[in-house]
Design a protein around this ligand. Structure first.
Ligand SMILES: *Cc1c(COP(=O)(O)O)cnc(C)c1O
Length: 391
């Protein structure tokens, strides 16, 4: 049976490919250490798990979630968390929607705004879901290169006027995956002005807002005047609370966009298991002190990676946030050939930068989501077996 055109040209999800490579190396007997996927290794905080235990026993929670958009209690907990963390006012009823993870919402928002042939502005390198979901909706992803000399921020002035006019959506993501870059107020203000000029919905993907180092505090896009008129922010329990497996996130901001996404979703899914929403309320309303401890752990890992690579010839600066290191590949290598060298010589998996888009070529990504001692071993192996590098 012939597949639809829609999926024929869709590449397999990048991490599915990497998993296959790891399985091959393991089959050869190699003790593979994967620094590939950004999936927190630390456990979900205990108070959240305890609340799930209780909530799972309530028969009312075994039924379809009501409403599909998320319980008002969950949405209010999100709104209150935003107020406490960012001084942002959100109406829980109309400006917050529960998602089955951010990934789900990012994919579906395209179906709300993209007709065949419409453009969406996407960061490159970037989270692969932006481009693939634009394609699934029949749209055309227009790549905004994130260049190192520009602090890995897109240059909005470089977007051709006729593309900007045809664009319906813009995805941005800070603290950034894969580059670890952060954005400041002037950037968000420029994005808002751009979106007003060209009538574009801004989708800020912000799952790493709580993971930052050296005292740095990332901003929310919604903090800035006019943001809610032109955009939404996607957020998630996944990275802040180590809950990637639980599948819960939210979108907040522009009321019409939130309503449109709720409408599409109500025809596709039936919401998030209410017990998981209850447990998430516990997380959002409870003490956030554990986040500081987790950031300390990531910061130590960041320092291990950056210090080791710098001792091998790199000249990396330490990222202020997120859970990734994004170094250039040494002279004479492509992203793929360097990632292949690292796994062959040291049994360590790093992700080739071109997996995140064409402008990721020339880089590779190391994720900090692996036990600190194992990470230390991985870096020691790389240092010993790959050796000094030239740039
Ligand atoms: C991890 C990640 C997500 C996915 O979050 P979920 O809520 O688990 O779906 C979204 N965007 C970026 C940039 C991520 O790195």
């Amino acid at each position: 049976m012939d597949e639809a055109k829609r999926i024929k040209n869709l590449p397999p999800y990048i991490f599915a490919r990497i998993d296959k490579k790891i399985a091959e190396e393991r089959a050869k007997g190699v003790d593979v250490i994967s620094l590939g996927m950004g999936d927190p290794d630390l456990p979900t905080p205990n108070h959240i798990i305890e609340r799930l235990n209780q909530a799972a026993r309530k028969p009312a929670n075994h039924r379809y979630p009501a409403p599909f958009a998320g319980t008002l209690e969950f949405r209010q907990a999100v709104a209150d968390w935003y107020k406490g963390r960012f001084r942002v006012d959100l109406d829980a009823k109309t400006e917050v929607l529960a998602l089955i993870g951010t990934k789900e919402g990012i994919a579906h928002i395209n179906f709300c705004y993209i007709d065949p042939g419409d453009y969406a502005l996407i960061p490159d390198p970037g989270y692969p879901v932006y481009a693939s979901s634009v394609l699934l909706a029949g749209g055309i992803p227009y790549k905004m290169p994130l260049r190192e000399e520009n602090g890995f921020l897109p240059d909005l002035e470089a977007i051709p006027e006729e593309i900007a006019r045809k664009a319906k959506l813009m995805f941005i993501n800070y603290p950034n995956n894969p580059t670890g870059a952060v954005a400041e107020a002037d950037f968000y203000r420029k994005v808002i002005a751009f979106a007003q000029t060209y009538d574009i919905l801004v989708c800020h993907d912000a799952p790493y807002s709580e993971i930052a180092f050296d005292g740095y505090k990332p901003l929310s896009f919604l903090e800035f005047p006019g943001a809610k008129e032109v955009g939404v922010e996607f957020h998630s329990m996944s990275k802040t609370f180590n809950m990637t497996g639980w599948r819960i996130g939210w979108v907040a901001g522009n009321e019409r966009a939130v309503e449109a996404l709720a409408r599409i979703k109500s025809n596709i899914d039936s919401g998030v298991f209410q017990a998981i929403q209850e447990a998430s309320i516990e997380g959002l309303r409870g003490s956030m002190a554990f986040v500081r401890d987790h950031c300390k752990i990531y910061q130590e890992r960041r320092d291990i990676v950056v210090d080791t690579l710098n001792s091998m010839g790199w000249q990396l600066e330490k990222p202020k946030a997120a859970i990734y290191i994004w170094p250039r590949v040494p002279k004479g290598y492509t992203s793929e050939s360097f990632a292949a060298l690292v796994i062959e010589k040291s049994g360590v998996v790093v992700t080739a930068g071109n997996a995140y888009g064409e402008y990721g070529e020339g880089y590779f990504r190391i994720s900090l989501t692996i036990g600190t001692e194992r990470l230390r071993e991985a870096l020691a192996r790389i240092k010993e077996n790959v050796g000094k590098m030239e740039f």
